[in-house]
Design a protein around this ligand. Structure first.
Ligand code: BGC
Length: 768
């Protein structure tokens, strides 16, 4: 009898134990499948649809995050939060319990970071952003945006790196690595071809398979393979006639099958699509989400439109992401991040990314006791960054006037008073949100002040010219997510700016005094008509919160500018091939360039076009001066395992310490497709070299990096033959050249996917 009772008791105790264990099942690395098997359909649907963050309320542990995911406490499934963005963590600067402030550092805009051509700096910026996210409990930062600057009028170009996919991919990867090494996730966006704001929610980007692979997808491919971002964000637009977020050819065939991506794919914000199509198309998480999407998932699974396997796979991707998050890993507020240190880094990056476009007779740098007449409204209310989701709620912005004074320059008092009053008046006058708090005004509603009309102020200009040593003229441009840029008064100078530049330069030059123009502009402008007038031009981009201090560093020579243009400055807008197929703000409201855009210029974007077709430009891709000079010598190339390793010796041959960027452009032998005259395949930057000092820079690339896409065979090809390596200080200034011979043709077959819905009438170019 006893013998019979023991096994029964055992079985009973064991199953009680199991029930007990089941009830306490908490998500961990080993039980994901078990957890998934216990979730109800509704719970799964809720997990795949996020919620929108809220700026001020206690909606979530981090107010102001762009969104967060659903939690199931009983199973240890934490909610994670996702915050923008590209130049720092965008959250409300006050914690939900109101016990501490959560200001974040506003770094220079993405284009400015790209202009440093310094991977180490991109990594450091990522680390600092990661630290701030970690301190405040943000799990995923919605960055980097690596779309191609197809046309200078795209309103979001300031959030993007370059017209070149290699530069975008390498700088983007470095930033991702910096953030993710801090245990914070990133979201590589906007996948793919988010190249215009006009019609952005519906626009079908009709791109040849070659241009898509070589130009628009390439930077994403580099980031996915080099740095494995935890998440990828689909763009709003369509590709191949289908929304990117519901396009299996993009999200499954290319992203997952060809590139081996294992992370999570989420939507871009606010625009709901067909949820079943999105899940079937390869999107896992709908952001910020709404109830109807949960309903659609439940219905889709019930009526068989969404398979259990697809649903579970997306849930698995989300659970794996949660497991890596700081929220899951026991985040608690300990202390504020080191904002002082990060402000210094932001200042350093800003100064390093500034591009010295012109410096006749070594006018700059200017010694500290110089008396400056500082013209331009933006000098007194400067622009730290663009508007929209890449904004950061910073504690301050150092205006250019303040930065110059901090550095010891004397600003002419009368002019300063005049502009200060004008800026204050315009600020109040144009303030559309008078009820906002100070931080909201500083960060969100920072009106860009239109230029003051100096046409009746000739006597003031005259007096300034007599009483000052030099003039600095600042011109500024806002830019934002909401709209594309206009030609008049944006790409071109406004009439008040033209007048200011002409008159000030004329009066100062007549007295033998020099004038520099500082551009607080994060994009391309027409400069050909006025660039000959000033003695120096410094392109400062959107330099972030330390704007004025960083500009003063470059003007004073505390930092020797070493930035290089990440895009070409054409002579005129109409010279740009994509100008034939780009919307005009206010005029393009449907049809061509709104509902769809034909990318007829194909691969001929930026320097690929201008240099191959030999068209005049204002400033080339990769260009930027220094206060010193560099010489390039001893170019070499050798094969090391599966890589080509090129080296070049850079020597500072001038009188001031400085850094130089080495750009490796490679031309290919004749091939079945027309190739650009030379393409950027690697780049590197020296450390700060003292006069006479040298450094050998190593640059690597592979045979695959040299390939072109042959759409007739759906394959990447590297033809055998003679390649030329050009080591340049810009795309039009090659300093050393060596040949490279490839012995065998190489081919990498891929899938025949993402054809445009209609064949695009692509532009052809014969190489000269
Ligand atoms: C933008 C994204 C951003 C998201 C969340 C969208 O409007 O396109 O870049 O990450 O909002 O703020």
């Amino acid at each position: 009898m006893k013998k019979a009772i023991i096994p029964i008791l055992y079985t009973f105790l064991f199953s009680v134990g199991n029930i007990f264990a089941d009830n306490n099942l908490q998500l961990d690395n080993k039980n994901i499948n078990d957890i998934i098997s216990r979730l109800t359909l509704e719970q799964k649907a809720r997990l795949l649809v996020g919620s929108q963050g809220c700026d001020t309320g206690i909606s979530h542990i981090v107010p102001g995050a762009a969104g967060y995911t659903y939690s199931i406490d009983s199973l240890g499934i934490f909610s994670i939060n996702l915050a923008d963005g590209p130049v720092g963590v965008r959250i409300t600067p006050e914690s939900s319990n109101k016990q501490y402030t959560t200001y974040c550092t506003c770094f220079p805009s993405t284009t400015a970071l790209a202009a440093t051509w310094n991977k180490d700096i991109a990594f450091l910026e990522g680390s600092a952003i990661g630290d701030e996210a970690n301190a405040y409990g943000v799990d995923i930062i919605l960055t980097p945006g690596i779309n191609i600057m197809r046309n200078p009028l795209c309103g979001r170009n300031f959030e993007y790196f370059s017209e070149d996919p290699y530069l975008s991919g390498i700088m983007g990867s470095a930033m991702i690595k910096g953030i993710q090494e801090k245990g914070i996730g990133t979201s590589l966006k906007h996948f793919v071809a988010n190249n215009q704001q006009t019609g952005k929610l519906y626009n079908d980007a009709r791109i040849s398979q070659r241009a898509l692979r070589e130009i628009y997808l390439k930077g994403f491919e580099i980031c996915i393979k080099n740095s494995d971002p935890w998440t990828v964000m689909g763009s709003y637009n369509k590709i191949g006639g289908k929304y990117t977020q519901a396009n299996p050819e993009l999200l499954k065939t290319i992203l997952r099958d060809e590139w081996g991506y294992k992370g999570l794919v989420m939507t871009d914000w606010y625009k709901k699509r067909n949820t079943a199509d999105q899940l079937n198309g390869g999107t896992d998480l709908m952001m910020p989400g709404e109830q109807s999407q949960i309903d659609e998932i439940i219905k889709g699974v019930k009526d068989g439109r969404i398979s259990q396997a697809i649903l579970d796979n997306s849930v698995k991707n989300l659970l794996e992401l949660i497991l890596k998050s700081v929220s899951y890993n026991g985040w608690k507020y300990n202390q504020a991040p080191d904002l002082q240190k990060n402000a210094e880094l932001a200042r350093h990056i800003a100064a390093e990314g500034m591009v010295l476009l012109k410096n006749d007779s070594s006018f700059l740098p200017v010694s500290q006791n110089t008396k400056i007449a500082l013209f331009g409204a933006t000098a007194y209310k400067s622009i730290a960054g663009g508007t929209g989701s890449s904004n950061v709620n910073k504690a301050h912005i150092i205006d250019i006037s303040t930065g110059l004074e901090n550095a010891g320059y004397q600003l002419n008092g009368r002019l300063k008073r005049l502009y200060t009053k004008y800026v204050e008046f315009q600020n109040d006058f144009l303030d559309k949100h008078p009820e906002c708090t100070d931080w909201e005004k500083l960060s969100y509603n920072g009106t860009v002040i239109p230029e003051m009309n100096l046409s009746k102020a000739e006597s003031i200009i005259e007096q300034e010219a007599r009483n000052s040593d030099i003039a600095l003229i600042v011109i500024g441009r806002g830019s934002g997510e909401e709209s594309d840029r206009r030609l008049e008064g944006d790409f071109y100078l406004a009439s008040a700016e033209k007048f200011m530049i002409e008159q000030v330069i004329d009066r100062f030059h007549s007295l033998g005094k020099k004038v520099a123009v500082v551009m607080n502009v994060c994009g391309v402008m027409e400069m050909n008509s006025w660039k000959d007038k000033p003695d120096a031009i410094l392109l400062a981009w959107f330099p972030g919160q330390e704007c004025g201090n960083a500009i003063a560093d470059a003007i004073s020579g505390k930092v020797n500018p070493s930035g290089k243009l990440p895009m070409t400055f054409p002579v005129d807008y109409s010279d740009i091939p994509s100008s034939r197929n780009f919307p005009i703000v206010g005029q393009t409201k449907s049809g061509k360039d709104f509902d769809y855009t034909n990318y007829e210029e194909d691969i001929w974007i930026g320097y690929r076009y201008f240099n191959t077709a030999n068209v005049d430009i204002a400033y080339p891709f990769g260009y930027g001066l220094s206060y010193t000079q560099f010489s390039f010598s001893q170019p070499k190339i050798e094969r090391k395992n599966d890589k080509w390793v090129a080296t070049i010796k850079i020597t500072n041959s001038g009188n001031t310490s400085g850094k130089e960027v080495v750009q490796l452009y490679i031309s290919a032998p004749a091939s079945p497709v027309t190739k650009p005259s030379a393409e950027l395949k690697a780049f590197g930057k020296t450390r700060e070299l003292k006069p006479g000092e040298s450094q050998i820079i190593e640059l690597q690339f592979t045979d695959y990096d040299l390939a072109s896409f042959d759409e007739n065979n759906s394959a990447w090809y590297t033809s055998k033959g003679k390649y030329m390596l050009f080591f340049g200080s810009s795309s039009r200034d090659f300093k050393a050249t060596i040949p490279l011979s490839i012995k065998k043709d190489k081919c990498w077959k891929v899938n025949d996917v993402l054809k445009p819905v209609e064949k695009v009438n692509i532009m052809t170019l014969s190489t000269k």
